[in-house]
Design a protein around this ligand. Sequence first.
Ligand SMILES: NC(=O)c1ccc[n+]([C@@H]2O[C@H](COP(=O)([O-])OP(=O)(O)OC[C@H]3O[C@@H](n4cnc5c(N)ncnc54)[C@H](OP(=O)(O)O)[C@@H]3O)[C@@H](O)[C@H]2O)c1
Length: 305
Amino acid sequence: MKILLLGSNGQVGWALQRSLAPLGSVTAATRTGDDRFSGDLEKPREMMQTIRRLAPDVIVNAAAYTAVDQAETDASRARTVNAEAVAMLAREAFLMGAWFIHYSTDYVFNGGGVQPWHEEDVPSPLNVYGHTKLDGERAILDSGCRHLTFRTSWVYSALGNNFIRTMLRLAAERETLQVINDQHGAPTGASLIADVTAHALKQVIRQPKIGGLYHLAAAGETTWYGYAHRVIERARQADWPVRVNRDNLTPVSTDAFPTKAQRPHNSRLDCSRLEQAFGLQMPPWEQGVDHALAEILACEMRTSV
Ligand SMILES: NC(=O)c1ccc[n+]([C@@H]2O[C@H](COP(=O)([O-])OP(=O)(O)OC[C@H]3O[C@@H](n4cnc5c(N)ncnc54)[C@H](OP(=O)(O)O)[C@@H]3O)[C@@H](O)[C@H]2O)c1
């Protein structure tokens, strides 16, 4: 099976390189890499040539414009990458009968209520990023291609900059720390997303009828404060030099940190459709966070020796 992977240097894309490897030959196309296989979603003509040259059985798109605040003032680029390029990829997948695997976001919802969102709930994004991701989802449906689209939330990995690393750094630098406690969701590891993708891809090829839109997040829920608390306390137990003491980690409301883009308060995703269709059980969010944290701490402590 020939798999074209886009966005392979991102959190999910990096993890996908490992998870997809046993399924076939994976060609990773990035916007900075190989001239023969351009993976730049802002260059549709080159991108199309890459697809036609490779003639993949599966196109996996882990690339996206993910800078949520920046998208508010850079809407045109966000739209190009998250909507127009996705429409083109889906069309190409349709034309060559390839599967299209794509990722979307909890930010397609407006964050109202307290119940976990189901796939059929009506989307109503609060920000430009959410709108462009929703347009991408719709373009996939319009194309008629065979697809798996996974909406996920609060992605982290042991690589690169993310919330876990930011909390570790701030906890080591500061004596007091305020963290938002009124946005609810589930931190989801890039490796979990990649493993579920590989598992689902294998099944959907045998059973095309189970293709479609799925919510994919770790089980349980927390807030950014709960997430930070977990990371910092685990790090303290592992002898990471934590300066902030327990009483000075303070929960605050979203208003305390104004951002350009409005964010949903309720990012809970109901993943039962995914679990039933693919015979999976999503692990608790704490499990993946502890694992990634252990990897990050081991790496940081090794480099500081
Ligand atoms: N991060 C989250 O919290 C989150 C939450 C919900 C859903 N999602 C969705 O999950 C998917 C994966 O997200 P992630 O966290 O892995 O994102 P990420 O770490 O920000 O990686 C995004 C990747 O997209 C690539 N990219 C950006 N613009 C591109 C372009 N014009 N052409 C080609 N590649 C381009 C980047 O390339 P460079 O390496 O060259 O910069 C990067 O490798 C995305 O669809 C995202 O919308 C993410």
